[in-house]
Design a protein around this ligand. Structure first.
Ligand code: MTE
Length: 400
């Protein structure tokens, strides 16, 4: 019996670590088939330890504090948070910084477990802006960071990390305190009853089971902030990083905004394409996302190892939510204060004539965002194997 015996889980999820803690992704094709919004059952899970047990009747009285460099430290219950602060609902994609790490582990073993390309999921999150809560606590001038702490007790203390205060106060960054996903209360694995949602940034900043917001003049000194979610220079080996802690203490290597990325969901690895008769085109498709609210502006596919590229179609379902078409689905205002940011993945598709695929050895995809950040050809190996985003590749084998 694991400490998480109380948590319901879907058998389709693929376990990436042992029995405990729980770290899972859906099969990529199943994730893709769910469409723009991921059902909570297939939403990826990244837990560092046990899931805190919160009974339904205790949800309204769940309390968290705002403390540190503030004039007016406050304790707020979830009931007060819902009643006293304007609630909004928005689709936001979360991505684990380890998404696609498996490819790094193939090149050289990292310190992290092997995510495929399904360490990414999207939900409609309901809650309030974190800035509203912080404003009431009145930050003092010296405050520059918001440290967050969860309720999950881990070997090195509670899980915690920080983001910059000016990001939190910027409505275009959409930083939220969420208590619902897809119109239901949060599932235990996703932070029941309250979590931070930091759009456009690596999932590790979106602290689950949130208990504390602490304003400081320095980034978080939490163990998980320092020894996790960093991209150290590529020459730092596991041994070197273990013997020389100064690598970890260098804040330049902390990662926040996601790197532009994409993956091919169809065809899947090892999928057998049985092509007979018409239609003589195969639809290659997948997802892409930018970081820090940047929109994906193109997705390109190559079947000749990157010599030439074809432009794929892109569907940004996020726009339809922004325009309010699907407003009545889950309740809550979708009139979000961020107008210029894209915080969701998009889906892309391109039809390739089967005749041309017959001569191909592989299919490659790469995305570019509005700042012209383009996925690189080569992988940048680092000791934690994070932010992996080179061209995504599916190999093709031909039976005859
Ligand atoms: N918050 C707490 N309290 N404990 C955790 O282990 N994991 C982080 C983040 N927040 C974590 C946490 C990481 S690394 C990621 S990628 C996201 O939660 C994953 O969120 P999800 O499990 O809801 O997909």
């Amino acid at each position: 019996k694991t400490p998480d015996a109380h948590v319901p889980r879907d058998p389709r999820l693929i376990r990436l670590t042992g029995v405990h803690p729980f770290n899972v992704e859906a099969p990529l094709s199943a994730l893709y088939n769910e469409g723009f919004l991921t059902t909570p059952e297939l939403f990826y899970v990244r837990n560092h330890g046990p899931v805190p047990l919160v009974e339904d009747e205790d949800i309204p009285t769940w309390e968290f504090t705002v403390e540190g460099l503030v004039e007016n430290p406050i304790t707020i219950s979830l009931k007060e948070l819902i009643e006293d602060y304007e609630q909004l609902t928005a689709p936001i994609t979360l991505v684990c910084a380890g998404n696609r790490r498996k490819e790094q582990n193939v090149v050289r073993k990292t310190k992290g477990f092997s995510w495929g390309a399904a360490g990414v999921s999207t939900a409609l999150w309901t809650g309030c802006l974190m800035s509203e809560v912080i404003r009431r606590a009145k930050p003092i001038r010296r405050a520059r960071y918001v440290c967050m702490e969860g309720a999950d007790k881990l070997p090195n203390g509670y899980y915690g990390t920080s983001v910059k205060l000016n990001w939190v106060m910027d409505p275009n960054r959409g930083i939220m305190l969420a208590h619902k996903m897809n119109g239901e209360m949060l599932r235990p694995d996703h932070g029941k009853p309250l979590r931070a949602v930091i759009p456009g940034q690596i999932g590790g900043r979106s602290v689950k089971w949130l208990k504390k917001l602490i304003l400081t003049d320095q980034p978080s000194d939490n163990w998980y902030h320092i020894y996790d979610n960093r991209v150290l220079p590529t020459m730092v080996s596991p041994e070197e990083s273990a013997s020389n802690p100064s690598w970890w203490k260098d804040d330049r290597y902390a990662i926040y905004g996601l790197s532009t990325n994409s993956a091919i969901a169809y065809p899947a690895h090892e999928e057998q394409l049985c092509i007979v008769g018409a239609p003589q085109k195969y639809r290659v498709k997948g997802y892409a996302y930018g970081g820090d609210g940047r929109r994906v502006t193109r997705v390109e596919v190559s079947i000749d190892k990157g010599k030439t590229w074809r432009l794929s179609n892109i569907d940004y379902a996020e726009d339809r939510y922004r325009e309010g078409y699907e407003q009545n689905l889950y309740g809550g205002s979708l009139d979000v204060p961020w107008r210029e940011s894209s915080f969701c993945w998009c889906f892309w598709a391109i039809d390739i004539p089967v005749e041309e695929l017959k001569g191909a050895k592989d299919i490659l995809v790469r995305a570019m965002d509005e700042s012209m950040n383009i996925q690189p050809r080569d992988l940048y190996w680092s000791v934690l194997g994070m932010m992996n985003n080179p061209w995504y590749r599916i190999t093709i084998s031909h039976e005859n």
